[in-house]
Design a protein around this ligand. Structure first.
Ligand code: SF4
Ligand code: SF4
Length: 414
């Protein structure tokens, strides 16, 4: 997909029938807030056309037919060692490598990472929080890499610290993953460049992985409603993003692959897969043994924040950590009834919004009003929909409203 991030959409820089190599740049944009796209495989450009997109419905994509003898890329955690010294790199070199590699927030946000790690002397970052909290059910891709790529992640974290000239670094892991906490603590003891990092076991609860919730849990600060963490001099980055930074800076590898969890009661052999970005949902489901007979709903992402898809050719994107397949037992079909003004959605909202007001504004196409109610601050956690006794799809309306506003601002294709 040419749009896998927040910011300017990439334009194709290859043509139909071109033969391309794995790692080659295929989509680019000049804008500061953007991230280039690279081919994950050796292959031939079959088409440049609209394709099902997990968030946007349909969007432009470069469709590549992989060569038959295409060598699969392997994960490379053994290429990183505990004696790594981040001072070998200047902050500008780290910024350039991350920008060139097309790295975006892989926890789901999709914000271009180069923008986040650009040193800004007027508003310096004084706290970095590395997010290892996977709070949605079924998803374990970050958990696996925390155990198996520990030194690679810490290498990326030390590069983020170097880029931002910040040594106050926390690594947040939920307290139901003591082995991941132990893996980080053990590696940090052996790694001089990570010696000042602190591993924090945070309470396992939903939505602990939201950046605002994490900042509150760890340093007890609030991000202003409608604001972003750098406004309070904090940066939050996901563990997979840190691993990708290490690969980009040390090995010059663009972001072409990621680990994805394929799980849920509707999947025969749930598991984690290291997959080329762009792999279709159908191929990933096939790798996991296929669907059980009672599978009824396929979601890109987790059951709370993901997007359900009908077209199995929808590809994996840089932000897609999971495919979750739910069964008829998981889905309770209910009919929306009028709002009874109970206020439960307001109480449940972790960022103190008024979900019913925003959803009502979106429903009636009052996007300006929805924005005045801080729609953009919604973290799309789904708590409001979950709690609503009237079964109103509040978070669905809010997600739709955000997409409509992004389209108006030309940050997303129509
Ligand atoms: S989805 Fe609902 S509960 Fe969650 S942040 Fe948005 S408005 Fe609040
Ligand atoms: S929880 Fe549902 S019924 Fe209650 S105020 Fe919110 S939208 Fe209305």
């Amino acid at each position: 997909m040419l749009s896998q991030h927040i910011g300017a959409i990439c334009k194709p820089v290859v043509n139909k029938r071109d033969h391309i190599a794995a790692g080659q740049l295929i989509g680019n944009a000049e804008a500061f807030v953007s991230a280039p796209v690279h081919s994950p495989v050796n292959g031939t450009v079959k088409d440049i056309a609209l394709q099902s997109h997990p968030v946007l419905g349909r969007a432009e994509a470069i469709i590549i037919e992989s060569d038959e003898d295409n060598p699969p890329k392997q994960p490379c955690p053994d290429k990183f060692s505990t004696d790594f010294d981040p001072s070998r790199f200047l902050p500008e070199q780290i910024f350039d490598a991350v920008r060139k590699a097309g790295i975006v927030g892989m926890g789901g946000a999709g914000f271009p990472t180069s923008v986040k790690i650009k040193l800004n002397p007027e508003s310096p970052i004084n706290t970095i929080i590395i997010n290892g909290c996977e709070c949605e059910p079924f998803i374990t891709c970050d958990y696996r890499i925390m155990l198996e790529w520990t030194v690679q992640i810490l290498t990326g974290v030390s590069l983020i610290g170097r880029a931002l000239n910040c040594g106050n670094i926390y690594i947040a892991v939920e307290d139901n993953k003591p082995d991941a906490v132990a893996a980080f603590e053990q590696a940090i003891r052996k790694m001089p460049s990570a010696s000042s990092m602190k591993v924090v076991a945070v309470k396992t609860k939903y939505p602990q992985g939201g950046e605002r919730q994490l900042i509150k849990s760890i340093i007890n600060k609030d991000v202003p409603t409608g604001g972003i963490p750098p406004m309070i001099n904090v940066l939050v980055a996901n563990v997979a993003t840190a691993a990708a930074i290490a690969e980009a800076v040390l090995l010059d590898n663009p972001l072409t692959h990621r680990v994805v969890t394929v799980s849920g009661g509707g999947i025969k052999n749930p598991g984690n897969f290291y997959a080329p970005i762009g792999t279709s949902a159908s191929h990933l489901i096939e790798l996991a043994g296929g669907l059980n007979d009672n599978a009824v709903k396929i979601i890109l992402g987790g059951p709370m924040m993901g997007f359900s898809i009908a077209d199995l050719s929808t590809p994996l994107t840089k932000t897609g950590g999971a495919i979750t397949v739910l069964t008829d037992k998981d889905i309770v079909k209910r009919k929306e009834t009028p709002c009874i003004r109970c206020g439960r959605c307001v109480e449940a909202c972790p960022v103190n919004l008024n979900p019913t007001r925003i959803a009502h504004a979106v429903k009636h196409n009052l996007l300006d009003a929805a924005q005045e109610y801080y729609m953009s601050a919604c973290i799309e956690c789904g708590c409001c929909s979950y709690i609503c006794p009237a079964d109103i799809e509040l978070s669905g309306f809010i997600k739709t409203g955000k997409i409509l506003v992004a389209r108006q601002k030309k940050l997303m294709p129509k």
